[in-house]
Design a protein around this ligand. Sequence first.
Ligand code: GDP
Ligand code: MG
Length: 468
Amino acid sequence: MMVKKPNSLNTPLLLNIAVVGHTNTGKTSLIRTMLRSTEFGIIEDAAGTTRHVEQATISANNEPILNLYDTPGLEDSRALFAQIKKLQARSKLSPPIQILEQFVTDISVSDPLEQEAKVIRQVLRSDILLYIIDVREPFLEKYRLELEILTQSGKPIIPVFNFIAGHDQELTKWRQHLTAFHMHATLEFDTVAFTFDAEKRLYQKMQTLLESHYDRLQKLIDYRATLWNQLCLSGAKRIAELIANVACYRESKATKNNLIADSLIENRLHDFVRKAEQHCLHDLLAIFNFSEKDVEIQNIPVSNGQWQLDIFAPGILKTYGLDVGSAAAKGAAAGVGIDLMVGGMSLGAASALGAIAGAGWSTFKRYGDEIKATVKGTKWQCADETTLQVLYLRQKHLLKKLMHRGHAAQDTLQVDKADDEKLPNDWSKLISTLRQNPSWQEHSATRNGNPQYQQIETRLIGELLDEK
Ligand SMILES: Nc1nc2c(ncn2[C@@H]2O[C@H](COP(=O)(O)OP(=O)(O)O)[C@@H](O)[C@H]2O)c(=O)[nH]1
Ligand SMILES: [Mg+2]
């Protein structure tokens, strides 16, 4: 005969986690960061912003795994402790947990300890407690009493150190005090400066303390890891897309000096670059679940320098099938190479025709428009090197900040400089290849399937996610 186990697989047990601690230690902040959402609860410097127990569920692949309970702060731990001692004195033989149960049953609505009772009630209903500590505070009597009360529940407790940045000494002291409560499995989790690693370690700590939830927590860890990698990859991909979008942008332009026409083209280019970046910013924020108000960004300083697309630039010669060794390439580049690079279109139609002669019909067919345009005297206006560099470096900087920003952060993210970000060492090559392929500006099956494009995209993504 089949014996049906209690808690069969169809009714999976959700892990209930109570987030407890003194007021303003960052309980609500921790939950926001764990949920990756700025929407949960209210965060404020003022005491007592969280007055009721609030719940949030974390799932893996739509399967709920755990409930987080945000609790009001334990404001008057002294009075609470005294009350519990009083109950204990009355019924000496009751186990400690029963005293707590009795305390929450007895409490009346208007009792001054009503808020504390809400916390204890949630503690008793939970499988594990996250005890949030503001390490900047010394280990005061009130914290010792809080811990006495919480340990009385018999629930496993993970102390979580918050506000750790720049407080190493205080952190060491807290660790020492906690050992007196047999609490060694502590965690450093800065809710404002996020790392995925800390999130993972939090779940791993729960695994060691709650063997029966091990597999489901592992499922969650794996799911969150995949999700996190996807987020970062999507972010980097989006930036690569922006770089392609702008680097491939070009406008044809008459050679005849026409200041008005030129400045209109220049304006259009600036406009295009600004919009492209703004669009990318919007997408990056959405990917990491932040809102526009989280970021302050200056208008992109599009430089005054212009970059003239020169079909005689060395890299371009090669894609035109003109090896440096070939006669036509020599004819075009030798002696005037510098002039071509610095002075733009000084060589003119004659060399273009020379190049065509060396390149052959197939090259002409492929690049015919550009060559013909050159012959006719048209040039292209493209985003200049500096603009592209600024675009790249700034998004790289932004991506890194978003990857390390907890959803509890209240300050505005400044993205106006990125001095310590580096360009890929083959940057110029990547950009010049993109420029030579204006059809890669928008994504298309042809572009995305092109091995050369894929290589550039992979390079850019690799560099963007490289945190060294
Ligand atoms: N710098 C810093 N501020 C934090 C951190 N965690 C929370 N805060 C701030 O501390 C204050 C109280 O946070 P809150 O989450 O409301 O605390 P709760 O009362 O325990 O829920 C808010 O101003 C938060 O922005 C942290 O890790 N670093
Ligand atoms: Mg709160």
